[in-house]
Ligand binder design. Sequence first.
Ligand code: ZEM
Length: 288
Amino acid sequence: AGWYFYSNETTPSWKKVNYNSVYKDIAGLLEDEDYDDGSYGPVFVRLAWHASGTYDKKTRTGGSDGGTIRHTAEAGHGANNGLEHARDRLEPLKKQYPNISYADLYTLAGVVAVQELGGPTVRWRPGREDKTEADCTPDGRLPDAAQGADHVRDIFYRMGFNDQEIAALVGAHALGRCHTSRSGFDGPWNASPTSFTNFFYTELLNSTWVPKKWNGPFQYVDKESGQFMMLPADMAFKKDSEFRKYVEKYAADQDAFFEDFAKAFSKLLELGVKFPEDAPVYEFKTLE
Ligand code: ZEM
């Protein structure tokens, strides 16, 4: 007795968080009629993806563990422009749940957004730990929208994905839009940017895509209305025959897309994470 100098508090912080409650509170932050198309969902998905997509399987560096995307060094990478909107929106929840790591909060926000905007259930585990600015990865690990299939493969093979998984992941471009103030590109991919659908694939195949006439970076618009867009990297999924097989499959079969997206997105959010052995897998119920 009286031996223990250290606190006898043994519960790790990740176990002190009610994740069902965090899920509900993130869901409560999605809608805002004054922001973009009325929802923070798309930018939450992009935050979760960019937090995770720095992973390099060879050096086992990067990934969502560490929550390093919040540090100036990484937040300042060009590809991460605009993600402060998502981080700032989530910040009150970090105050409300001081035991959740930023790394868990940002990845969970992506899961909530996918599910609440009508997408599939995405399996998610807690237990990521935050790291310091020194753990930020160098710039250049995320894909460049101006490039094609070879570049897309280089980037996603580095993370450990195959062609099928890459084609499933890019279906997230059913959500949200490009902002000239963030990436330089402009416009939404389809008419329902706050619903998780297989419309990325149907639009890609069924619309005629022509170069946009403007002074901005090279991109495509649909010939008929001029309202919707594709990035050069998106068009690679139509032109490349291996990617296109999956585009055709997911355009024809929304259930197949949902199933494959859920698996690949869950894998993305876990790249490089050393989870505690007793971290449970959550399959959250969608609200309402
Ligand atoms: Zn995106 N993405 N992305 N992406 N992305 C943008 C927006 C969104 C690429 C890309 O360059 C861009 C994945 C893959 C790839 C989302 C999710 C996912 C934007 C526009 C660009 C330029 C940013 C802006 O201006 O606000 C490229 C080249 C990709 C690989 C081929 C994957 C994988 C994603 C998730 C699984 C989402 C949801 C958006 C919309 C964000 C918003 O704010 O509306």
